[in-house]
Design a protein around this ligand. Structure first.
Ligand SMILES: NC(=O)c1ccc[n+]([C@@H]2O[C@H](COP(=O)([O-])OP(=O)(O)OC[C@H]3O[C@@H](n4cnc5c(N)ncnc54)[C@H](O)[C@@H]3O)[C@@H](O)[C@H]2O)c1
Ligand SMILES: Cc1cc2c(cc1C)N(C[C@H](O)[C@H](O)[C@H](O)COP(=O)(O)O)c1[nH]c(=O)[nH]c(=O)c1N2
Length: 176
């Protein structure tokens, strides 16, 4: 099979806008977290989402060791937090920038995120540089999603719903 070049693949993938989350974990293998956009819903029965994690990530050993993650979906106001968790900072400095609680698994839950999916890792598939984590949702936190953070064309954007009660949903995409 003839593969396309990784750079050509990334250039094309930059056309896929995606929601941005901070994926966290805590437990005997340590507290860690990273910014992620490679996340999607698999099935609602049993409620399952997938997360792709680079095995070179500083969070990898903790995620695999704890067998649990929380997917914290970011709002527009979390752009700086996304940059912190997507950079090379030590874990303590990343977590110091926000307020956290826990639900079932002990993975950090971002206080004011749009939605948090607390998960146990049910299965792992190795693909190239990444592991695909199949994550069973064991608890949820929701605080509305009127202004989400989006990563598209190698830049952050926000997508908002204006006057949903009066006019029905109207979506606006703005570069931040
Ligand atoms: N799935 C991922 O691991 C993933 C996704 C987005 C960004 N990133 C990382 O964030 C940084 C900035 O990314 P960018 O979007 O500004 O520019 P970029 O050119 O590195 O990436 C463009 C797009 O390609 C995909 N991509 C990039 N690196 C990948 C990887 N190692 N594995 C799978 N898909 C990958 C993503 O969809 C990304 O949005 C880079 O270091 C990139 O590797 C990783
Ligand atoms: C917008 C955006 C989206 C993603 C990322 C980055 C950014 C900026 N990164 C990369 C990841 O966040 C980054 O590698 C680590 O957090 C920083 O590396 P270390 O934690 O220091 O290893 C990333 N990594 C990953 O394994 N899966 C993913 O889905 C994503 N998605």
């Amino acid at each position: 099979m003839q593969d396309v070049a990784p750079q050509d693949y990334r250039d094309a993938m930059a056309c896929l806008g995606a929601a941005v989350s901070v994926v966290t974990t805590d437990g005997s293998a340590g507290r860690a977290g990273f910014t992620a956009s490679a996340i999607c819903s698999v099935t609602d029965d049993p409620p399952t989402l997938l997360v792709c994690i680079n095995r070179a990530s500083s969070a990898y050993a903790s995620v695999i060791g704890n067998k649990a993650v929380c997917v914290n979906v970011l709002s527009a106001r979390h752009e700086q937090l996304s940059r912190l968790f997507g950079g090379k900072l030590p874990a303590e400095e990343r977590f110091a920038a926000a307020a956290w609680s826990t639900l079932e698994t002990g993975a950090p839950v971002l206080a004011d995120c749009a939605a948090a999916f607390d998960c146990r890792i049910a299965d792992i598939v190795n693909v190239g540089t990444h592991d695909v984590l199949l994550c069973r949702i064991v608890a949820l936190q929701r605080s509305g999603c009127t202004d989400n953070l989006i990563y598209f064309g190698r830049a952050y954007h926000t997508v908002g719903v204006t006057d949903p009660a009066e006019t029905g949903p109207e979506f606006a995409l703005a570069r931040s």
